[in-house]
Design a binder for this molecule. Structure first.
Ligand code: TYD
Length: 170
């Protein structure tokens, strides 16, 4: 299906090493499917430092400090992750809502970070580690476009109409 309507968006989600280590891949994916989002790309990778630096750009260092960028890169290369491209109506905002606030301690119940984690900035800062908040989701259209390019080749992002698929298997 071609995106002729601007309300249909694609966004990038990463299930970070802490989500994979805790065996939460299926549960988190299920939440996005349950709400009606379409998975259009999916892969498991062990990120290289080069890719992690492309993902956590200078922009993160400007917003949060070079220290946070370094911790996030270290975290991302520490183990396998799952990269997911999701498509849906105003998907970027919707997915961010489902993911919840950056700090799990403050993330609302019902959100992914609020339901599956509880670490605080204070706790992480005292230990000089990044906040393990399970998941990344693109924050705006420019980031979604750039981040999808970091993790997926164009040929790995599929265009399909779920209704057509259903008819062909009946
Ligand atoms: P950011 O892009 O601001 O948050 P979000 O992931 O909610 O869009 O920050 C990127 C990551 O940096 C965030 O997921 C967790 C980490 N981080 C820390 O580890 N410590 C911090 O003090 C902050 C602000 C972020």
């Amino acid at each position: 299906m071609t995106n002729t309507c601007e309300t249909i968006q694609r966004t990038l989600v990463l299930l970070k090493p802490d989500a994979v280590n805790r065996g939460l891949v299926g549960e988190i994916l299920h939440r996005f499917e349950r709400v009606g989002m379409k998975i259009v790309g999916l892969k498991m990778v062990w990120p290289t430092e080069e890719t992690a630096l492309k993902h956590y750009t200078e922009d993160l260092a400007i917003r949060r400090g070079e220290h946070v960028r370094k911790l996030m890169v270290e975290m991302l290369v520490s183990g396998p992750i799952v990269a997911i491209a999701l498509e849906g109506i105003e998907a970027i905002e919707l997915v961010r809502k489902m993911v919840g606030g950056t700090e799990p301690k403050a993330a609302a119940p019902g959100t992914i970070r609020g339901d599956y984690a509880h670490v605080s900035f204070k706790h992480a800062d005292a230990r000089q580690v990044g906040v393990l908040n399970l998941i990344h989701a693109s924050s705006n259209e420019d980031d979604a476009r750039q981040e999808l390019e970091v993790w997926f080749d164009a040929s790995e992002l599929l265009e399909f109409d779920p209704h057509y698929v259903k008819q062909t298997i009946v």
